[in-house]
Design a protein around this ligand. Sequence first.
Ligand SMILES: [Zn+2]
Length: 296
Amino acid sequence: MSNELPILIGSHVPMCGSKYFLGSVEISLNNGANTFMFYTGSPQSLARSPIEKCKIDEAVKLMEQSNIDINNVVCHAPYLINLGNDVSSYKFDFSKKLLASEVDRCHKFHVKKLVLHPGAHLGLGVDQAIKNIAYGINEVLKDVDYDIKICLETMAGKGTEVGSKLEEIKKIIDLIDKKDKIGVCIDTCHLNDAGYDLSDSNAFLKMFDDIVGLKYLEVVHLNDSLNTKGAHKDRHANIGLGKIGYKILREFAFNPILKNVPKILETPYFNGKSPYKLEIEMLVNNDFNSSNFLKL
Ligand SMILES: [Zn+2]
């Protein structure tokens, strides 16, 4: 049973087809997960199904029956949002509106964790972008009185991305008015690509605590990386098939400090097949064998 897993683990799952949110829960249960992450619509477009069609009540009921705690379910905001650059007030407003509508949608889905890429400065410089991002989030959260946390994701540092250094994440948090509505999502692939050493999870988490504060840590994206440490690339690999490696990722996933933090796999499909059931089994049973992927 999924509720007996030793860790909180799941993957990103689609919300497509006629079953919508209920389908996301069913896929996760089939994978043996006890949490999951979803997008309330396409991450790359604005198309959003009306809330009434999303089978939210049915999904919540199935979660209650199967002990997926909805408090651990994660939503990912669309990639189109960029609060880092405000040169075009049209684009900045668009990002703010899109984030506000996503926060509202999360609330209607009863989901309390919304992962957000902090943004890209596109030439403005990191310091200005940090102010813009915090300003945008403050505007969005101004009238929000329900329980939601916008979780700033640590980035690989591609292009002009903000948030590849923990100090940058901390600076954004410092400028947020409603500190109870802000959190952090760490992505192991992004951290590796940004240059962080994950080989000792306790040492990394101690550093995270010193710089940002563990109380803000709400989500872990558990991914291997195709690239070496510090490559600033952001190409996810299957668990154990990348440069971070199985041993380090498993130790990370099982670190007791992260006991109550959902671990979400965003690894790529392998030969066109979903790897999540296998990856969850490998981690839970501590039984890694790269040839298992070939049997998918
Ligand atoms: Zn992300």
